[in-house]
Design a protein around this ligand. Structure first.
Ligand code: MN
Length: 154
């Protein structure tokens, strides 16, 4: 996807969000940001292919196996967004407050066009997760059974 859509939606003189640099390969990190925009949601981002593959999860990350959460894929974000927290001004895209809810590393176990399987190693989240593409930008996010996650308070 690249960062074109991300940059097109934002005016970097007005929003404190990062514009992002060139693509670079890195470790496999993830972040979950609590984004109090017009509707509260959680943004789940995985470092892949030099960008952050990103999903908006309206109800937050599943903490128990068997819970399915809708995850709507949004534009790729730059790696610098891993550390972003702040206030996006009124009138700008995504206006509202962004807080880091969890962050850490992950291990990618499966990557096909329709499915991602990975293990999160975060402060609040740990254990195996699956993202399954359903249609359009919609994915289902589930916690895998058999993983002893620590869970966390939303
Ligand atoms: Mn968001």
């Amino acid at each position: 996807m690249g960062l074109e859509e991300y940059r097109r939606k934002r005016e970097f003189g007005k929003t404190p969000e990062p514009a992002g640099g060139e693509r670079s390969e890195g470790k496999s990190r993830f972040v979950v940001q609590r984004h109090q925009a017009s509707h509260l949601h959680y943004d789940f981002r995985l470092e892949m292919e030099g960008v952050l593959k990103s999903w908006a999860v309206p109800k937050g990350m599943p903490l128990e196996p068997g819970v399915r959460r809708l995850a709507v894929q949004v534009e790729d974000h730059p790696l610098e967004y891993l550390d972003f927290a702040g206030t996006i001004p009124e009138g700008e895209y995504g206006a509202g407050t962004v807080e880091i809810w969890d962050q850490g590393g992950f291990t990618l176990e499966k990557h096909t066009p329709g499915q991602l399987e990975f293990t999160l190693h975060g402060e609040r989240l740990s254990g195996g997760y699956v993202l399954i593409h359903t249609d359009g930008r919609n994915w289902l996010l589930l916690k895998r059974r058999g993983d002893q996650g620590r869970g966390g308070e939303a």
